[in-house]
Ligand binder design. Structure first.
Ligand code: XUL
Ligand code: CO
Length: 437
């Protein structure tokens, strides 16, 4: 087998003092943190689309990435060679998982039949490399947004034939994900939204989306696919308004259409910020509803209003993420997928290693810091203390459902005024957190 990254050895953990750019300073997969090895907390995955298909193209210019193994003809032979590249990369990096869209791994043909045959030619190659390396599929998904047929959406298209095409495509993607032992299956609503309400029947589109997801649930049950279904919220881009806007929006949709038993959420940092939320907000809202499924790890740019999908290197962010993950009792069967791309200016193959090493180290540090904060106990104590009035007396009676407005009025008429409030201590908390960073 050819070697595509000959200048890169297997990436090792060398500790915080190492100056080697091709070594981990913090990610030490077997090191036990909060009772289990780091690799089990983090469950890192590489995103096939960005890392192996990203060209650096933007609206103002063609691709810049130097990828010597790529053939401009998007042939099946090229797709097979790319699998070798991908698995050499992932093996050297030491990630346990990867994720893909159907169209990332195999080229589209002229008809659905031909496209399916292309996929069938690649799946055994992926399987062989999975078995050789032990690298597993975190999730599969279908690309229902790139081809021009999806111009008006897929499950929410005004064209019933496009709905049918998308259904056939997801059917096949589910079969392939099952064949490769995928632990989850993701629905990101690529163009499921609208650009103008003047031409849109929103009710019909939402009903169609729900029907589509019910069909997916039914088919998964039929073929015995037991992976977790995930919806990935995003508020806008490519459409002006995506139906899966944010976590609470998705929860309302899932509950309205009786789908909440079958789905959890795959939450992405840059999607959270596009929705005007922090990542911690989205994760926490999903967690308290029992719907935190998996994470697409990346970050946006403070000064840009679009989905820049940069690699996450901000320790404050990774600490907040891992704090919620620890409180969730972990992410499995979900994981941390780097839905992130190197900048257009970082066009050499080795930049792919630097990017992933940086992201993995940032999350390893976030994990260690969050675990230490929880172990030290002051944060939980502070929160517990803040809500102390609910542990006894009138608070406990309200929570137990023992009183209504009349009893509460009698209680307050008797007392005359509420007990004084106590400080929220935000600045103190921030000061203490900075001591860990
Ligand atoms: C797009 C995005 C997708 C999904 C999978 O913003 O995040 O790559 O993660 O379709
Ligand atoms: Co994503």
């Amino acid at each position: 087998m050819a070697e595509y990254f000959p200048e890169v050895p297997k990436i090792q953990y060398e500790g915080p003092k190492s100056k080697n750019p091709l070594a981990f300073k913090h990610y030490n997969p077997e090191e036990v943190v909060a009772g289990k090895p780091m690799k089990e907390h983090l469950r890192f995955a590489v995103a096939y689309w960005h890392t192996f298909r990203g060209t650096g193209q933007d609206p103002f210019g063609v691709g810049t990435m130097i990828r010597p193994w790529e053939d401009p003809q998007d042939s099946v032979a090229n797709a097979k060679r790319r699998v070798e590249v991908a698995f050499e990369f992932m093996e050297k990096l030491g990630v346990p998982y990867y994720c893909f869209h159907d169209r990332d791994v195999a080229p589209e043909g002229r008809t659905l039949r031909e496209t399916n045959a292309n996929l069938d030619a690649i799946v055994p190659v992926l399987k062989e490399h999975q078995e050789r390396t032990g690298i597993k599929l975190l999730w599969g998904t279908a690309n229902l947004f790139s081809n021009p047929r999806f111009v008006h959406g897929a499950a929410t298209s005004c064209n019933a034939d496009v709905f049918a095409y998308a259904a056939a495509q997801v059917k096949k993607a589910l079969e392939v994900t099952k064949e490769l032992g995928g632990e989850n299956y993701v629905f990101w609503g690529g163009r499921e939204g609208y650009t103008t309400l003047w031409n849109t029947d929103v009710k019909r589109e939402l009903d169609h989306l729900a029907a589509f997801l019910h069909m997916a649930v039914d088919y998964a049950q039929k073929i015995g696919f037991t992976g977790q279904f995930l919806i990935e919220p995003k508020p806008k881009e490519p459409t002006k308004h995506q139906y899966d806007f944010d976590v609470l929006n998705c929860i309302a949709f899932l509950k309205t259409y009786g789908l909440d038993k079958h789905f959890k959420l795959n939450i992405e940092t840059n999607h959270a910020t596009l929705a005007g939320h922090t990542m911690m907000h989205e994760l926490e809202l999903a967690r308290v509803h029992g719907l935190l499924g998996s994470i697409d790890a990346n970050r946006g740019d403070l000064l840009l209003g679009w989905d820049t999908d940069q690699f996450p290197t901000d320790l404050y962010l990774t600490t907040e993420v891992m704090l919620v993950v620890l409180r969730n009792g972990g992410l499995a069967p979900g994981g941390l997928n780097f839905d992130a791309k190197v900048r257009r200016e970082s066009f050499e193959p080795i930049d792919l290693f630097y990017a992933h090493i940086g992201g993995m180290d940032a999350f390893a540090r976030g994990l260690k810091i969050a675990a230490q904060i929880l172990e030290d106990g002051w944060l939980d104590e502070l929160i517990h203390e803040r809500y102390r009035s609910w542990d006894s007396g009138i608070g406990a009676r309200i929570e137990a459902g023992e009183v209504g407005f009349e009893e509460l009025e009698a209680y307050m008429l008797e007392k005359g005024e509420a007990a004084p409030n106590t400080s929220g201590r935000q600045e103190l908390i921030e000061n203490i957190i900075n001591q860990y960073l």
